[in-house]
Design a protein around this ligand. Structure first.
Ligand code: ZN
Ligand code: FE
Length: 257
């Protein structure tokens, strides 16, 4: 049985640990900072057994060098990006098998935020880095809107009950935009209320089920008439493909950030 631990880092990052009930070995996902990870492992009596990286940005890789100096574990990450101490370059369809509990995660190529970004999927969990966020998606720093849309379509096709573990706590701000894009969506309105309550209590809003993302995340909804109409109103032109709608919705959110 998989068990995921959450370590907050910096202002709004999450570093996830993937382990198993009753076992001490864990894989560390996107350690942007080593110190909170080392503290957590010591406090909880856990052992690092692997590092999994989604993309090269410093807030996801900044702790790798210090961690591998302390724990000589394999470092998995995208084959096409420069990742510190990378030992296992990964591509679409590769599988990562974790040592202690034999959990297997599948690699999904998700270019867009960066050119080589990958996600890890398995056992009902998706570690989506900065590609799919709760109620949002990553900015297009290196890839095209078309690439990002294609990446998100792959993630949208995963089962309803999949839990989304993204790398940032952005849900509240993202829902602010979702409500602008779809003011009449009752699922967005009610998610806003519950997320605001959680944040007031200092609680995390991640993970979230993919079913909720499909209902409330505008970046998974660019094939729907309501989003097409909203994007056409915003851009003042006719949009013919879901990728074009996605591109406009992404620009729209960027213009408000
Ligand atoms: Zn990033
Ligand atoms: Fe990030």
């Amino acid at each position: 049985m998989m068990k995921v631990h959450k370590i907050p880092a910096f202002d709004d990052n999450y570093i996830w640990l993937i382990g198993c009930e009753g076992r001490s070995g864990v894989a560390i996902v996107d350690p942007g900072d080593a110190e909170p990870v080392i503290d957590y492992l010591q406090r909880e009596g856990l052992q690092a057994e692997a590092i999994l990286i989604t993309h090269h940005h410093g807030d996801h890789t900044g702790g790798v060098a210090e961690l591998v100096a302390r724990y000589p574990v394999p470092v998995y990450g995208p084959a096409t990006e420069r990742i510190p101490a990378l030992t296992h370059p990964l591509r679409e369809g590769d599988r990562v098998k974790l040592a202690t509990c034999g959990l297997t995660l599948k690699v999904i190529d998700t270019p867009g935020h960066t050119r080589g970004h990958i996600c890890y999927y398995g056992h009902g969990a998706l570690f989506s880095g900065d590609t799919l966020f709760t109620a949002g998606c990553g900015r297009l720093f290196e890839g095209s809107a078309e690439q990002m849309h294609h990446s998100l379509e792959k993630l949208r096709a995963l089962p309803d009950e999949t839990l989304l573990y993204c790398a940032h706590e952005y849900t509240q701000a993202n829902l602010g935009f979702a409500a602008v894009a779809e003011p009449d969506n009752p699922d967005i309105a009610s998610r806003k209320v519950s997320v605001e309550r959680l944040r007031r209590e200092g609680k995390a809003t991640v993970p979230a089920p993919l079913s909720l993302e499909r209902a409330t995340n505008p970046f998974l909804r660019s094939h729907l008439p309501v989003l097409i109409a909203a994007a056409e109103r915003f851009s003042g032109r006719t949009l013919t493909t879901p990728a074009e709608v996605f591109a406009v919705v992404r620009q729209w959110k960027d213009s408000l950030d």
